[in-house]
Design a protein around this ligand. Sequence first.
Ligand code: FES
Length: 209
Amino acid sequence: MDVIQISDLRGRPRAPRPEEVNLNFSEKAVRELEQLLNHYPDKKSAILPCLWIAQREYGGYLPSEAIAEVALRLDRSYAEIEGVATFYTMYHVGHPTGKHLIEVCTCLSCHLCGAYRLADHIKSKLGIDWGETTPDGMFTIEEVECLDACDRAPVLQISDQYYGPVDDKTVDAILEKLKSETSPSTVRLADEIVQAQLHKRDQEKVSGN
Ligand code: FES
């Protein structure tokens, strides 16, 4: 049996080299990242906001190219960025979601108010199950934990919008409306979060915090 030397395990995985990575961030994204980096003591602290920028820039999800680009821009290893991105469920790693991600809360209050029955209605209308995407790439449905809007149960989240209480009729109307929207709500949500981060940091700067 091969013996692994302790010294072999000491080195951390390296950041990707520039020649190994395609840089796809837009000029706007690069500027936003520079702005955000000014507010953190080191690049590592900017991993979460940088992943949001990447999720927007790469069309609402994080393919391996996006993980590599974030790793390169922040001088971290691919493994570290991937570890963070796969830990948080709001980052979509590896494969694209539909243009509109429908998140159905099935926690206690929503469950008692019919969340699973509602989810069954959506799933049969779209012909997909949890975690699946419609063949036209329009919708993905996911089950999520409490959305902190229990007084409006049953609740759905689509992008930055909460809908509740909803019934079959309301859901049908929401789906129809979303079909005619041109921009993917997953990209819009990522952008809203980036803008909120930038605004929050600017506010903190003004108030001296
Ligand atoms: S249980 Fe659904 S929002 Fe809290």
